[in-house]
Design a protein around this ligand. Sequence first.
Ligand code: GLN
Length: 285
Amino acid sequence: MGGAVTRAAALDWGAARLAEAGIDTPRLEARLLLAHALGVDAATLLADRAAPLAASDYHRLIERRAARVPLAYLLGTREFWSLPFAVSPATLIPRPDSETVVEAALAAAPAPPSGRGLRVLDLGTGTGCLLLSLLSEWPDAWGLGVDVVPSACALAAGNAAALGLAGRAAFLCADWDAALRGRFDVIVANPPYIPRDTIAALMPEVARHEPASALNGGADGLDPYRRLLPTLSALLAPGGVAVFEHGADQAAALADLAARWGFDADPRRDLAGLARAVVLRPAGT
Ligand code: GLN
């Protein structure tokens, strides 16, 4: 697009470009990207429709979105549990599905032992969204987020600080099963659970731009649970529970696996009605 353009014209152009690239909500996304590029609020963006488009990153952002870079990476942020989380291509973008894990953990957590708040462990913390959402709900809780990707730990620590939770959240850059000590009342995880060979068929935003480290769960997608389950009983405090996210068709296989390691599995559904998370408790407790 050339010549002197107004905000309104820039928006029309961007929406058309995104529609042509197969984006489902082109006008909304063009508006969010224009507001982001101009550093203004999306709600007031068009109060001055005829304002000339100031020099900005807008065209580059539209072209990157047309190339199916996820909107959240372009905006640098995504809301989860009504909290803002900084995101980066080093981590999975928080998804509404994962709020099922937060809800299940809130409902299933034991009462805090006398004298201290709950201790929470988040394995594969990414942006920190599961851990930090729980800490925001439990003012006395303390939590540890573990991630093997160094820039994910840094991002999660930044999110903790931005949410005023840095004093109650620590992050450890390590493998889940390496060097973890301690007992936790609540253990949450949204591990990579997509079967390796099916990743390429996911939406291009996911398949091409989100990190394989957050998606690839091995041949059947269950490899991370095979690593998590053996460590679980040593990490759970008495009365503690674990809540794991999983793929919609993995509930039965995961319950079997959990039973082999001595855990009862209580399934939880997401808003779409799909089995999405499981609450694990030592069998018979
Ligand atoms: N729910 C994500 C998706 O389907 C995958 C998340 C994961 O593997 N933990 O894209």
